[in-house]
Write a protein that binds this ligand. Sequence first.
Ligand code: COA
Length: 168
Amino acid sequence: VKPMKAIFAGSFDPPTWGHLDIIKRGSGMFEELRIVLARNIRKETIFSPEERQEMLRRLVSDLGLSNVVVDLCGGLLADYAVEHSCNVLLRSVRTLTEIPYEQGMATMNQRLQPSLETIVMFSKPELQDISSSTVRELLAWRRLPPAIVPELVQKELEKRYGPLLQQT
Ligand code: COA
């Protein structure tokens, strides 16, 4: 059996506690976990890839996860996986409605690279409502309830948007 080296890819704009939960759990399952900032052609981002990489590196280091690497990928994830000898794509789903989308991506990625397996992890129930686009939407009203993003992400958001109220 080959050691499992996994990729957890996404846009992480911004990183949330939902992502960090998967990163923590994933780092305990795989020999190496690569967090890969990949490009979703359907999304515009608020932070540059380098800014998101820097935030994720600091978060991973604060958590003391020594087998986690944070990298950027400008092309296809399947090609990136071959280049870095990764054999697993780790994905997370929050609700069952996300499954058809994940199934389509898993199948296409396997078509592109037949040895690439996708493993799907359920997010914790208390984190199921968190998404980066909800965070982006709340920013328009300068509101961000507690326990959605880590403190260092909140600080980066406040540098751009000014103080964010946690409660009214
Ligand atoms: N907790 C909180 N939020 C979570 C989560 C969790 N456990 N798991 C996923 N999410 C959220 C993300 O924050 C994101 O939220 P948003 O839509 O509000 O931004 C959403 O779920 C998933 O989106 P994202 O992280 O952007 O990933 P994606 O599903 O859009 O996939 C790539 C994007 C980058 C992985 C995909 O486009 C890709 O592989 N691109 C590279 C090019 C390529 O290989 N394409 C072919 C693919 S077959």
